[in-house]
Design a protein around this ligand. Structure first.
Ligand SMILES: [Zn+2]
Length: 498
């Protein structure tokens, strides 16, 4: 979902950004700023007395052994290869999502974990035909059309099977839509042409670019429908140059809604500036009855405080265009590997390590909502929650939502992660993961792995989110970061303060 990066990592950054009630332009700007600045208090340095007591030498040796093992372990890669290539895309309600639930549960049972499937009712939406072409525009050559490359947004309503043909109006933001008003919008198709800022993305602020543009994907179709539009299009939220459309979550609007490629958004905007543009749009997805699905929850029981929990997690569902490798097969498998490494090294955490493969992060968050309902009583005993949902690239450290004091207590862990450069603990004012947001809001110290996101939105929610985008050595670093931090939270002397 989204976090700004953190709030907008939500994205899955997607949902988080869109769904967080606390999200506002001002808060976003603030987060953007914090993202841009280094965080000096987190740099590894001489350990204080309290830090040494929390992380005695034997524990530091165990953490070091976990890191070493993870950096030469191919478990996570083998698992994500199976999830993406053998099982495939895992959109909520699909046969493949169900197969993934059964597969991951089976693998975690093989590791010796106590596995439980938590029932979740999820939306079941199935993509159909998706085509469009411009039929009238300034300088139109008689007898031709201009093809538009697009994809339906999740939950989109359908056009008639032979499509609709009408004028398209282009707006750059919600203010422009409002200024047009019902008179100029009713009966037409609105294109939201909000641009994903590539310069920011290149500078390492891709989640800020995402947050700025994704609000139109999330709320644009509904805003257009409210003014009588018969369909809505958004410029794809992403930064590749290969005419790829990016799908994603959109609030139900009751009208067909799609994402056109950045190139096609430019085309329509340019032609619209010269005169009226008419488009023939065909989108025929189907909304089926809600389906039964599951979160996979697997516990490695703690040796001293089994009632206390540390959550390590990623989301198992994906979009349907690609095979869900970086979003978020990678997150699930690095959480699985955290348990695998501990079992392999015969290390038992003091507190229970709980691996969660979340369902339905992309299509509404039903999995995290069900967990919040079923497990709220355990939040007070949950001493930390980690989610990885920003890809599989080199980890720089973690986004954290916890007190500065709690973050400082983690400094000894950073000395372990320092050898591969994962030493940032970046404070976030938003929960650093969509699925752990309720835990975070209730006071559970929350962390999201902070990957280098510069290329993440080249592939995010496109047909190109496939296994080859994962660099095995970088995935191993992510697995090391998850396993080391998960074990540290589970075995440090005192739990992190809330
Ligand atoms: Zn995701």
């Amino acid at each position: 979902m989204i976090r700004s990066r953190s709030a907008f990592k939500l994205v899955s950054l997607n949902l988080l950004i869109i769904l967080l009630p606390a999200f506002s332009g001002a808060a976003f700007a603030q987060t953007a700023q914090s993202k841009a600045t280094p965080v000096p208090f987190m740099a590894p340095q001489q350990a204080s007395q309290a830090e040494q007591e929390n992380f005695p030498a034997p524990l530091l040796q165990e953490l070091s052994a976990i890191k070493t093992a993870a950096l030469s372990d191919d478990y996570a890669y083998r698992q994500v290869a199976h999830l993406t290539e053998n099982i495939g895309p895992r959109i909520s309600g699909s046969l493949q999502a169900q197969a993934a639930v059964e597969y991951v549960a089976g693998q975690l049972r093989q590791l010796g974990l106590d596995v439980h499937l938590e029932e979740v009712k999820v939306p079941h939406w199935v993509r159909g035909a998706e085509t469009a072409e411009l039929t009238e525009y300034a300088g139109h050559v008689a007898g031709t059309t201009q093809k538009i490359v697009l994809t339906a947004l999740g939950g989109s309503a359908a056009t008639p099977a032979d499509g609709i043909t009408t004028e398209v109006v282009v707006v750059n933001n919600f203010d422009e839509l409002k200024a047009l008003g019902r008179d100029k919008v009713a009966g037409k198709i609105v294109l939201f042409n909000a641009i994903f800022d590539k310069q920011k993305a290149a500078a390492g602020l891709s989640f800020i670019s995402y947050g700025e543009a994704v609000r139109y994907r999330g709320a644009g179709p509904k805003a257009a429908a409210d003014l009588g539009a018969v369909a809505a299009l958004v410029r794809s939220v992403g930064n590749a140059d290969y005419r790829l459309p990016h799908t994603g979550f959109s609030f139900p609007a009751g009208i067909p809604a799609g994402a056109v490629t950045a190139e096609d958004a430019d085309l329509i905007a340019h032609l619209s500036a010269q005169g009226p543009v008419r488009i023939h749009l065909t989108l025929t997805p189907q909304k089926l009855p809600d389906a039964t699905s599951y979160n996979v929850i697997a516990d490695l029981k703690g040796s001293e405080h089994p009632e206390q929990l540390v959550v390590v997690s990623g989301h198992l569902d994906s979009w349907d265009l690609g095979t869900g490798a970086i979003d978020d097969g990678a997150g699930v498998v690095v959480a699985m590997e955290a348990a695998e490494i501990l079992q392999k090294l015969h290390l038992r955490p003091k507190r229970t390590l709980r691996v969660i493969a979340w369902m339905d992060e992309e299509s509404g968050g039903a999995g995290s909502q069900a967990y919040t309902k079923d497990y709220a009583a355990e939040f007070i005993r949950t001493v930390g929650a980690i989610e990885s949902d920003s890809g599989a690239a080199h980890p720089l450290g973690f986004d954290v939502k916890m007190s500065p004091h709690a973050a400082e207590l983690l400094r000894p862990v950073l000395t372990i992660l320092q050898s591969f450069g994962a030493t940032a603990l970046q404070p976030s004012s938003y929960p650093p993961g969509a699925d752990i947001s309720a835990m975070s809001e209730s006071g559970v110290p929350a962390l999201g792995i902070l990957q280098d996101g510069r290329t993440y939105f080249n592939y995010h929610h496109t047909a190109a989110d496939t296994l080859d985008k994962i660099v095995p050595s970088e995935l191993r670093e992510n697995a090391a970061a998850m396993a080391v931090m998960g074990y540290a939270l589970a075995s440090m002397k005192d739990p992190l303060p809330r």
